[in-house]
Design a protein around this ligand. Structure first.
Ligand code: SAH
Ligand code: SF4
Length: 358
């Protein structure tokens, strides 16, 4: 009886109906192993209907490990004296893009700490330089909270997408993860602005961050329902040396995979990456995420010499399938589970017709 009830809930979610909080609670806590497998398979089918067996790739360029913020979970936080700092120059970044272009990447993601040197003006100069050199490629930024004017300038300069996780929708929980200088409402305001400006916007949260409850996760899902982001990035929390949370346990892989499947059913068109954090915790994390409904991988395109320095959490995976130059390895890994790389730009497409044609 109970089993049928949970399967009915999964079907209701698949049908696009609004879910009650109590129903989300059941989906997050009460599914048996069999029911989870049913959910996973359904999520994979929905992803396949929308995107075929193709997985989009994004070249991730980690442009700076300097950050003025002090998020309690992050190894790059300003107060972490153990962190190794570097910043890429405009020329370094253009070189990464050139290499990425030769490897077949059609999206570059510039991600970094909130570095005072890489300020709004600097970015407003770098983005058009990339755009001029690679007019057909998508440019994604992930450089934190900036003013509405700055976001507008980035968009005008040629940036197409912006990633800014809301981290947690619950204000109290947000205060547990961040110093008082940062606020959940400011973060949400930034996301609203990014959407209004016309960025394909990515949000998301860590799974299993310290103090996170099931109710918080339901708040997160409901926030995503309001925001309607084009991209949703979720990955397990992983403790980082030199942070207040260094001794905390990592988030659960199983819960992360469950969330990926639930989000795929709730947001069938969304671009959902198999995150590096999942790949870091388990060698099959990436493929399991694809099989649970994820459809994007973001291999590392940063210069090799700096990769180990962008240490937002401990032992971050940067080699093998996570390395852009080893793209054949990624292709083989995907082939082994019946998938392949889709080299297209992979813009958000509500009709979901840009299937892999290879
Ligand atoms: N400074 C930018 C981008 C870099 S951090 C920003 O904060 O948006 C990118 C993401 O890494 C963050 O949004 C956070 O969700 C994730 N992250 C940071 N520390 C982490 C940790 N210890 N474990 C897992 N993910 C983490
Ligand atoms: Fe800085 Fe982003 Fe890390 Fe926070 S999560 S400390 S904003 S790099």
């Amino acid at each position: 009886m109970k089993t049928r009830g949970n399967i009915e809930l999964v079907k209701k979610l698949y049908g696009g109906d609004n879910m009650l909080r109590a129903e989300w609670h059941m989906l997050l806590t009460a599914l048996t192993a069999k029911e989870k497998e049913y959910l996973r398979a359904l999520a994979a089918t929905v992803a396949e209907e929308k995107f075929g067996k193709g997985v989009y790739i994004r070249g991730l360029i980690e442009i700076s490990s300097y950050c003025r913020n002090n998020c309690f979970y992050c190894g790059l936080r300003a107060a972490n004296r153990e962190a190794q700092r570097y910043r890429l120059t405009k020329e370094d970044i253009l070189e990464c893009c050139e290499q990425g272009s030769q490897l077949g990447f059609n999206t570059f993601v510039l991600q970094g700490g909130e570095d005072a040197t890489q300020n709004d003006e600097w970015l407003t100069d770098v983005v058009p330089a990339i755009h001029a050199a690679h007019p057909d490629k998508a440019i994604t930024l992930s450089v934190g909270e900036r003013s509405a004017e700055a976001y507008r300038a980035f968009r005008k300069a040629g940036a197409d997408r912006y990633l800014l996780r809301h981290e947690t929708r619950n204000d109290e929980h947000y205060s547990l993860l961040h110093p008082q200088t940062m606020s959940a409402s400011k973060r949400r305001e930034c996301l609203k602005t990014l959407k209004e400006i016309g960025f394909q916007t990515g949000s998301g949260m860590m799974i299993g961050s310290p103090g996170q409850t099931v109710e918080h996760l339901i708040d997160d899902i409901q926030f995503l329902e309001q925001l309607q982001p084009e991209m949703i990035g979720i990955g397990p929390f992983i403790p980082a040396a030199g942070t207040p949370f260094t001794g905390e346990p990592a988030g659960s892989i199983e819960t992360t995979l469950l969330l990926i499947s639930l989000l795929r059913l709730r947001f069938p068109d969304a671009l959902i990456p198999a995150t590096t954090a999942l790949a870091t915790l388990h060698h099959k994390g990436r493929t399991q995420a694809i099989l649970a409904g994820a459809n994007v991988v973001m291999p590392n395109l940063s210069p090799r010499s700096v990769r180990s320095k962008y240490s937002i959490y401990d032992n971050k995976a940067t080699s093998g399938c996570e390395a852009a130059e080893e793209i054949e390895k990624l292709e083989k890994e995907l082939n082994a589970i019946g998938y392949r790389i889709n080299f297209a730009r992979g813009d958000y497409n509500k009709k979901g017709t840009e299937k892999c044609i290879m």
